[in-house]
Design a protein around this ligand. Structure first.
Ligand SMILES: C[S@@+](CC[C@H](N)C(=O)[O-])C[C@H]1O[C@@H](n2cnc3c(N)ncnc32)[C@H](O)[C@@H]1O
Length: 268
């Protein structure tokens, strides 16, 4: 890392409280240079001066560019269909065997809440009455977590949901939809950095970590997937993004049960 780039990265990490060194250097350079291009700046020193003069506003924009919060309800649709048709019934069957009605999920890198609320909808639809459903939803981005707690979404975010689900789980407002109160109660939002902190919970039945590790180095990915392994019950599920892969070294620990949807099961 050259000095000007290093100084910039350290300054933004200190000011934002987010350790940017966790990201791959090539990725970090691309995202920072994207912001610089938008501002017509071509060297890191000049961008650092602007950041120092411009206070929090530009830092916030840069962090958003780096963490990319793009998401929607039931993103990619088909992994959620498999989750409802295969994963949830299997979890229910195994719980019934041990006479438990508690199911626990973690949406790691939950962005503005679309993923954990989607998990809640799937669980309620597939499991029916009598289950205690608990969903941990974590992200590194404060602003996103605030929006997630608000639970207000534009219609385009809901394009993968049918009318029946929208009417059942959302209140219509002037320019969008708000998640109904009863659905919010299933989800606990918390700020959490996957690359530096311990898992938020143990004995989880399923972890979603979709389109998050794409930005991590191999070393960070290994740390995070190892955390998921330790946080899951035997036979618990891990669902990652369609374009992602598990790091080498997890072959014996997870069995791939759907390669297309990137759904893995912790070996029993
Ligand atoms: C593209 S979104 C994915 C949202 C959702 N999982 C999905 O697939 O639609 C990536 C999210 O990962 C979060 N993120 C990035 N680095 C993180 C970290 N170190 N710890 C926790 N979350 C992180 C970002 O803030 C962002 O909200």
């Amino acid at each position: 890392m050259d000095l000007a780039f290093k100084t910039l990265v350290d300054y933004v990490s200190r000011e934002s409280g987010i350790n940017l060194r966790q990201y791959r250097e090539s990725y970090l350079r691309r995202r920072i240079e994207l912001r610089m291009k938008m501002l017509g700046i071509s060297d890191y020193g000049e961008y650092l001066r602007l950041l120092k003069n411009n206070g929090n506003e530009e830092i916030h924009k840069l962090i958003n560019t780096i963490t990319i919060n793009v998401t929607e309800f039931m993103r990619d649709r088909t992994p959620f269909e498999f989750f409802m048709k295969v994963v949830l019934p299997d979890i229910a069957k195994r719980k019934e065997k041990v006479r438990s009605n508690i199911v626990r999920f973690w949406s790691a890198g939950c962005s503005c809440g679309e993923e954990p609320y989607s998990i809640a909808i799937c669980a309620l639809e597939a499991l029916g009455e009598g289950w205690l459903v608990s969903i941990y939803a974590t992200d590194i981005d404060d602003a996103c977590l605030e929006m997630a707690k608000e639970g207000f979404y534009r219609p385009t975010q809901l394009k993968n949901l049918n009318k029946m689900l929208i009417n059942k789980y959302f209140e219509k407002e002037d320019d969008g939809y708000r998640v109904k109160k009863f659905l919010k109660k299933y989800v606990r939002f918390k700020k959490h950095d996957l690359t530096t902190e311990e898992p938020v919970s143990r004995y989880l039945d399923c972890v979603f970590c979709r389109n998050v590790m794409i930005y991590f180095s191999e070393q960070q990915k290994t740390k995070v997937v190892n955390d998921f392994y330790n946080a899951l019950v035997d036979g618990g599920y891990l669902i990652i993004g369609k374009s992602e892969t598990l790091p080498a070294g997890f072959k014996g620990k997870f069995e791939c049960i759907n390669l297309r949807e990137k759904i893995y099961q912790k070996t029993k």
